[in-house]
Structures are given as structure tokens and as C-alpha cells.
Ligand binder design. Structure first.
Ligand code: LMR
Length: 412
């Protein structure tokens, strides 16, 4: 007899059955993604979404880039098969991504294994599995604070995670000395996860001297840098944003990389990314990544990576993409300046200046969780509980409303 809810309850009363899912309890929503549904359930027309890191234009939309649309049109006619792509993905995509992150002339190109993955998350997870395979007792050191999904994503692979100090919430600056002295204690073979640019959540990046100091430290201590590059082109520019990573690949024998095309190509839902390893053991490393991928999801989806490959190898689409990426970057830089200037005009001089000197999509407002909750409840303004805002959610039609609400909450 098929079970409905009622007949199932009767059945369970009359039979002793072991139910495997009875041991589970309801989990809270994801701290970042849960904001999507909270925001959509809010019926106020003036509501503002500063939650998930998704680019929005001045109209509040997340458009498909013209370069992407044109590449998709090309693919519609040129794609000739839907046969399996294989665990390491598309060779043209992998080569193009290696050249994008390293630049076309970099000496590490010949040591770089690049493997297409389902988004930057897929890349991080595959890298964590690789670390576990090669160095089961290694620790991955992540910045405090770091992106909310780093610890679940890497930790669920069974790798130990520890944190190093990175951001001082009092002065809203990098605390490099504290970071450096913590990393002095890292053991050889451990991994140090660094954000290549546009640190998520703090917007506070390492400068060239910091990168150089970390290269020397890595050489001295024997740890391996693991760079998460999710925002290349959103900070200062495509090459500028990769400069720290390129420096490390020049001077160190081994570097790991997780790269995402979600933001810089606007391909969020297509899940496009790549895992990279710089090592002299290129073929061996690639064979292990292929076997890890085969054991988890067998092979990556094709469409998004085919778009990226088409754009990066086209003399027409690549400059178009670079222009569109530049427009996204400049818009966010402009929002940062306007936010600071409005808050200063409202009497909060100096309190938000850090936002104008930071880069990428995110900054902390420096609010308590209570203030963040009040912004959501009283004004329909949503952000991560830590007070991290995705600045692309602000535009000319909502920035004054936002600053007014922020000022009220700040003064309570
Ligand atoms: C974010 O930090 O908001 C984005 O990277 C989206 C995500 O998956 O968390």
C-alpha cells in the first residue's frame, strides 16, 4: 500500500522500524545564501539587498555580459557534440585560465596544471582532497575572518583547519604583524590560504611588500601557499589583481590555486572555475586530480567553461569582456566613494573611510549583530550578520535611503 503522511504515522505506530533520517535535526539556513530567501520574502518596495556577493548594475540587475551572450550565440552554431568532456575538462579553457592568472609570459606556465571545475567551490574542494591525499596530516591555515564557506568546504574534506589573524576590526586595517608572527609557527607541509585579491569578507588586500614577505616566510618555513582567486579584475585590474599570486609562482616551487569565473565573467549559476597546481610533477599531479574528480563528480559541466574559452581566445570578445569587467570594477569603486562621502555628510566623519580604501565587492560596516538585525527588521536592508556588505547592491536610487538608515542605526 502506498504511504500518505497519515497512513505512514499509523504504520510507524504499529511496526518497529529503524528510520535512518530520524537522527537528523533541522539545520539553520546558510549564513550567506539564506539571505536570498529572507530578502525575497520581504514585501517592502524599498528593501535593499547587500547580502550575497553578486554584481548588480545601476538598475539593481545582474546582467549577462554582452561578451558572454555573443560567445553563447557562437557556441550554439559551433558546438557539435554533447559527448563526455572528461575529468580534467576542456584543454582550451584550462590553458586560457592558466594564461589569465599567470600572464602569457610567466615562467611557471610550464609547471602549472590547470583543471576545470564546477565553480571556485569545486576547485577548493578538489584542492582539499589533493592535500589530504598527499599530506593527510597537513593543516590549512585560513585568514580570520575568511569567506563563510571556506571552513565548511575545506573542512568537510577531512583536512584540519586553523586560522591566522588578518583583519583588525577596530581600525579596519590588515594586521600584518600579527598574521606574520602566527604564520611563523606553521609547520612545513602546511597550507596557507590567501585571497589573491578583493579579500572576502574584509575588502582588505596584501600589498607587494606583504606578498614578498610571505614568499620569504614560505621558503623559510616550508609551507605551501594556496591562493583563492575569486575576483580577478574586480580590484585594480586583471594583471594587478594577480600580481601577488604571480610573484609566489615565480619564487616558490609549489603553489596551489582555486579560481572562479562566477564574478569576473558573471557566470555564477553556470559553475565555472579551475583548480591549479604549480609543481615540477605536473603529469603526476594531473593524474591525481583526474582521479579525485572521477571519484567525486566524474567530470565538470561543459557550457560555462566553453563560454570562457571562447571569450579568452577571441580577438573580438576578449577586449569586450575586459571593457565590461572594467565597468563593473569602476562602478563598485564609485559606490565606495559615494558611500563614504554620504556618511561623512550625515555626520559620521571618519567612521566609514576604510570603505573607500578597500577593494572588491565587500567591506565590513563595523556593526554589531543587533544593528544588522535592526537594519533588516526596521528598514528591509539585508547583509551578512557580521556586517559584511556586498557594495554592488547599492545604486543611485537606493544609496541615500541606505545611508540614512545606517546613520540612524549607528546612533541608536
Ligand atoms: C559571497 O561571498 O557572498 C559569494 O561568494 C557567494 C557565496 O557563495 O557565498
Amino acid at each position: 500500500m502506498p504511504f500518505g503522511m497519515n497512513s505512514l504515522s499509523v504504520f510507524l505506530r504499529n511496526h518497529r522500524v529503524h528510520l535512518m533520517f530520524d537522527t537528523l535535526s533541522q539545520l539553520p539556513a546558510d549564513p550567506i545564501l539564506g539571505l536570498i530567501s529572507q530578502f525575497s520574502q520581504d514585501e517592502r518596495s524599498q528593501k535593499i539587498d547587500l547580502g550575497v556577493g553578486v554584481y548588480r548594475n545601476t538598475q539593481g540587475h545582474t546582467p549577462i555580459l554582452s561578451a558572454v551572450k555573443q560567445a553563447e550565440q557562437m557556441l550554439l552554431t559551433s558546438e557539435h557534440t554533447k559527448a563526455y568532456i572528461g575529468p580534467v575538462g576542456d584543454a582550451v579553457f584550462n590553458r586560457s585560465m592558466a594564461e589569465l592568472v599567470l600572464g602569457k609570459q610567466h615562467t611557471a606556465l610550464e609547471r602549472m596544471t590547470m583543471v576545470q571545475t564546477p565553480g571556485g567551490c569545486g576547485a577548493l574542494r578538489v584542492a582539499a582532497e589533493l592535500i589530504k591525499r598527499t599530506h593527510a596530516d597537513a593543516t590549512i591555515w585560513v585568514s580570520d575572518p575568511t569567506w563563510g564557506n571556506h571552513i565548511p568546504l575545506l573542512g568537510d574534506a577531512g583536512v584540519t583547519i586553523k586560522t591566522y589573524p588578518y583583519y583588525n576590526f577596530n581600525d579596519h586595517r590588515l594586521c600584518f604583524e600579527a598574521m606574520f608572527s602566527c604564520l611563523e609557527k606553521v609547520k612545513a607541509g602546511d597550507l596557507v590560504l590567501l585571497h589573491g585579491c578583493c579579500h572576502n569578507p574584509s575588502g582588505t588586500d596584501l600589498n607587494t611588500e606583504h606578498w614578498q614577505a610571505l614568499v620569504s616566510l614560505a621558503l623559510r618555513k616550508g609551507f605551501v601557499p594556496f591562493i583563492d582567486m575569486a575576483y580577478q579584475g574586480f580590484g585594480e585590474g586583471i594583471d594587478e589583481d594577480a600580481s601577488g599570486f604571480r610573484l609566489m609562482c615565480e619564487q616558490l616551487p609549489e603553489v596551489l590555486l582555486a579560481v572562479s569565473c562566477s564574478k569576473n565573467f558573471g557566470l555564477y549559476r553556470e559553475r565555472v572555475g579551475a583548480v591549479g597546481v604549480v609543481s615540477a610533477k605536473k603529469a603526476i599531479v594531473e593524474s591525481h586530480i583526474a582521479s579525485i574528480v572521477r571519484g567525486i563528480y566524474s567530470m565538470p559541466p561543459s557550457h560555462g567553461a566553453a563560454i570562457v574559452a571562447a571569450i579568452l581566445s577571441s580577438e573580438i570578445l576578449r577586449p569586450l569582456w575586459e571593457r565590461e569587467l572594467g565597468e563593473m570594477r569602476e562602478r563598485i569603486q564609485q559606490v565606495r566613494k559615494e558611500l563614504v562621502s554620504s556618511m561623512n555628510t550625515l555626520g559620521a566623519e571618519g567612521q566609514f573611510d576604510h570603505i573607500a580604501r578597500q577593494s572588491g565587492m565587500f567591506s565590513f560596516l563595523g556593526l554589531t549583530e543587533t544593528a544588522v538585525a535592526a537594519l533588516a527588521k526596521d528598514f528591509g536592508i539585508y547583509m551578512v550578520a557580521s556586517g559584511r556588505v556586498s557594495l554592488a547592491g547599492l545604486n543611485p536610487s537606493n544609496i541615500n535611503t541606505f545611508c540614512g538608515a545606517l546613520n540612524k542605526v549607528r546612533l541608536r
